[in-house]
Every structure is written in structure tokens, then in C-alpha cells.
Design a protein around this ligand. Structure first.
Ligand code: GDP
Ligand code: MG
Length: 437
């Protein structure tokens, strides 16, 4: 955890009035290394470290926090600045149609994020979105958008055999007649930048006269994304960018770099293939995440969104009385599955993240867990503590799983119990009713 490493590398400053270079040089190296590891461009890193150093040096050491914490805070605040300061949302004008043009290379995630944005703004703000299929170069591209539209109940404007420009123009007319409040133009991308693609994009841009141009970057492409972003920005002046595939093991450093190099703010993160896997980007939360301080706010919010309040109150009571059973565990696992990637969520949680990384929530794994739990007697499910070695062997045989799997399940059960207690505490602090999953 970076914040921990930083704290331990900041030399003891007590009794000194100011932070000095010798106190923080090791910590600065640590910051530098962490950012480079996260795939942040080296020039951005160099500038950033210089900035932090300048801020830190000569800073009066406060008495209320440790100097090390103070240093971590400086790094945190500078990270927030580096990532654009505040969250930047789309500006919707009252009663006016808003138009968005998507831009980016092929495979970056434009079509997927088009659907995500449409869904997001239908849910948040009650917009009436129309998705416009302007990618006429890949035969399957129009089908892909239509299929997404159909499954989400979002209208798609498409034509076969027309140019992207004609489609854009006709979509504008259609939307005026039918009173759509939000138009999102999905466009074509190539594997590499080429001039005819850029020209087509400029043409669609001119016709749509958009309020927003979102450049979609694949987080997995790392530094390359920065150069590509810059070229698109020169062609159509992007107003924001979306980093897709942040659910993979992308290190996300490109996010910091694109913003820094182009000045275009990161607005949304794509965190999965499903249409609801879109998150507004909050620089302060991301800074906390990079520092490993735990993205408590978005964790709790996310948890709350899938929680049935009544049920979670019951659960909280059970946890307090230590009556949380394996049956509850199974129910929770099924819910966690709905939330998406648990490792992502847990990674945000300070302290418990690492321990729980092993929990698998793919449907097959849950079936296995189910088989194990259903092989237990009701008494065992209520009080897993009574499971000794021979009963574990019997359960393994009964469920067709291995003893190791049974043992792992028991460990995960205990870990989840701990984690849920912690989440309950957090959400109580936050003032919510309950954040249990
Ligand atoms: P386009 O060529 O730019 O329109 O890209 P697509 O929207 O067709 O996406 C390319 C691939 O990336 C598809 O298989 C998508 O399912 C996948 N994809 C898009 N966004 C995300 C994301 O946020 N996370 C993950 N894991 N996959 C994504
Ligand atoms: Mg596409």
C-alpha cells in the first residue's frame, strides 16, 4: 500500500519546524516508482514529483497529524490536481437537445460506451436518448449497436448502405421530429489513425455540431493511448475522455497522462462489458485508490445500490449477534455477483482487500460453493465452527469437491464476515442505514 510505504519512508520530523528534503527524499522516490509502475508517462511523473517536493519543502509541520500523514496528504492533493481536480459532468441545457460524438480507435470501446452513456443518462436525468450508428465500415458495427439498443430499449437510428455523413444528417432530422433529448453518435475507428477516418469524423462532427466529443481510450493500451488521444484532439477538439476496460488489470496510469498531456478531462470509466458498467470519474477517489487509502465512498455507494435495505438491516443485526450463517454467506455471494467484479470492490477497501482477493464469483464457482453448502446439515450451516476434519471430508465427498475447496470456503466465510462488519461500521459512520452487501 503506497500510503503506508510513504508514511514509513518519511523520516521522523518531530521537533522540526519544517519538512526538509532529507526527510522526504526516499518517499519521493517511492512516489516516483509507484507512478511509473502504474504506467504514468515519465515526463508527467518527473513534473509531478517536482511539484510535490516544492509543496512539501518548507511546509510547516502541523501538530495535529504526523508529518508522514501530512506528506501523504500533499501527494493526495497533488494527484487530484493532476487528474483534473473535480469530476466533470456533461452540461445539459434545459429543454435542449444534447449531442455527443464518440471518437477513438477500433476496439477501444466506443460502441459499448455509447450504450452505457445512453443508459446512464436515461436513468440519471430521465433523458430520451437516440443512438446513431455512424460506423458504416464494419458490417457488424450497425448490428452491434442495434442489438444493444434492442436489449436496453433504447432507440437506434441506422441505415444500410448510406455514408456516415448521410446517416448523421438524417438522424438529426429524425431526432428533431421525434423529440429525442440526447443524441449519441457512434463512429468508426480504424486500428491505426488514418486520414480518411479522421476526415469522416470531422464531417460527422460538423453535421452533429456536438456539445461533447468523447474520446474513448482502452486502458490496456497504456502510453500509446496518450499519442492517439492527442491526434484525435487535434482533429475534433475532444471535450472529455472515457477510459474503458478499467476492470482488467490495466494500471490506469494512462488516465493521468492523457489528462496531463492534452488537458482533456477524464469523465467516465468503463469497468466491464455490461451496459451498466460505467462510472463517473472522481479525481479525489482515484487519488485515494492509487494511494491505497481505500475508495470508501464509492465502495459504500456501490454496495448500497444493490442492497435491499430491509434485508440488510436484518443482516446487520445478525452480524452484531454473530449469527451470520453459511446460508447468509451464499445469499451474499449471489448478490456480490450482481455487483460485478468483487476483486475490484475489495481492492478499494483498506485492510481487507488483499485477504479476500481469492473469492471467485463467476457463476460456476458459485455453483461449487452452493454444492458444498447444500451438503451440510442445517446445524452445520448455522454453526460452521462445528465442522471438524472428518465432517469436512464427508462434505467434500458429498458435494463432489475437494477438502481444500471446503477449507477455502470456510476461510472465505470468515473473511466475508469480517469484511461485512467493517462495511457496516463504515456506512454507519457515513450516516447511511446500512452498507452491508
Ligand atoms: P469500438 O470498436 O470502439 O466500438 O469498441 P466496442 O465497443 O465494440 O468494444 C470492443 C470490445 O471491448 C468489446 O468486446 C467490448 O465488449 C469490450 N469492452 C468495451 N468496454 C469495455 C469495458 O469497460 N470493460 C471490458 N472488460 N470490456 C469492454
Ligand atoms: Mg464500434
Amino acid at each position: 500500500e503506497l500510503s503506508g510505504r510513504l508514511e514509513s519512508t518519511v523520516k521522523n520530523l518531530s521537533g522540526q519546524g519544517k519538512i526538509r528534503e532529507s526527510n522526504i527524499s526516499e518517499a519521493l522516490r517511492e512516489v516516483k516508482r509507484a507512478l511509473l509502475e502504474a504506467d504514468v508517462h515519465f515526463r508527467v511523473v518527473r513534473e509531478f514529483v517536482a511539484q510535490v517536493k516544492e509543496k512539501a519543502l518548507g511546509e510547516e509541520v502541523l501538530s495535529s497529524v504526523t508529518p508522514a500523514q501530512q506528506f501523504v496528504k500533499i501527494v493526495h492533493d497533488e494527484l487530484v490536481v493532476l487528474m483534473g481536480g473535480a469530476h466533470r459532468d456533461i452540461r445539459f441545457e434545459n429543454n435542449q437537445q444534447t449531442r455527443i460524438v464518440m471518437a477513438g480507435l477500433q476496439g477501444s470501446g466506443k460502441t459499448t460506451q455509447t450504450a452505457k452513456l445512453a443508459l446512464h443518462f436515461r436513468k440519471n436525468g430521465g433523458h430520451r436518448p437516440l443512438m446513431v450508428a455512424c460506423d458504416v465500415h464494419r458490417p457488424a458495427a450497425i448490428d452491434q449497436l442495434e442489438t444493444l439498443g434492442k436489449s436496453l430499449g433504447i432507440d437506434v437510428y441506422s441505415e444500410r448502405g448510406s455514408s456516415a455523413e448521410d446517416i448523421a444528417e438524417h438522424a438529426m432530422e429524425y431526432a428533431r421530429k421525434k423529440d429525442y433529448s440526447l443524441l449519441i453518435f457512434d463512429t468508426a475507428g480504424r486500428l491505426h489513425i488514418d486520414e480518411s477516418m479522421m476526415q469522416e469524423l470531422r464531417n460527422v462532427h460538423a453535421i452533429a455540431n456536438p456539445h461533447e466529443v468523447f474520446f474513448v481510450a482502452d486502458a490496456m493500451t497504456g502510453q500509446d493511448a496518450v499519442n492517439v488521444a492527442q491526434e484525435f484532439h487535434e482533429a475534433v477538439t475532444c471535450t472529455g475522455f472515457i477510459l474503458s476496460k478499467m476492470d482488467g488489470d490495466a494500471r490506469g496510469g494512462a488516465a493521468l497522462s492523457i489528462n496531463n498531456v492534452t488537458g482533456v478531462p477524464l469523465c467516465y470509466l468503463g469497468v466491464g462489458e455490461k451496459p451498466d458498467a460505467l462510472e463517473p470519474f472522481y479525481p479525489d477517489r482515484m487519488a485515494s485508490r492509487i494511494l491505497g487509502m481505500g475508495d470508501v465512498v464509492s465502495l459504500v455507494e456501490k454496495a448500497e445500490s444493490v442492497v435491499d435495505l430491509e434485508e440488510s438491516k436484518k443482516l446487520e443485526k445478525k452480524l452484531r449477534r454473530n449469527q451470520f450463517t453459511l446460508q447468509d454467506f451464499l445469499d451474499q455471494l449471489r448478490k456480490v455477483q450482481k455487483m460485478g467484479s468483487i476483486t475490484d470492490l475489495l481492492g478499494m477497501l483498506p485492510g481487507v482487500g488483499g485477504k479476500l482477493k481469492g473469492i471467485d464469483v463467476d457463476p460456476k464457482a458459485i455453483k461449487h460453493v452452493e454444492a458444498i453448502i447444500l451438503s451440510m446439515t442445517p446445524a452445520e450451516r448455522e454453526k460452521p465452527k462445528i465442522l471438524n476434519a472428518s465432517r469436512r471430508r464427508r462434505i467434500a465427498r458429498g458435494s463432489g469437491r475437494t477438502v481444500q475447496e471446503v477449507n477455502r470456503l470456510m476461510r472465505q466465510f470468515e473473511d466475508m464476515k469480517k469484511m461485512m462488519k467493517q462495511m457496516n461500521r463504515m456506512s454507519r459512520k457515513k450516516g447511511g442505514v446500512s452498507g452491508a452487501m
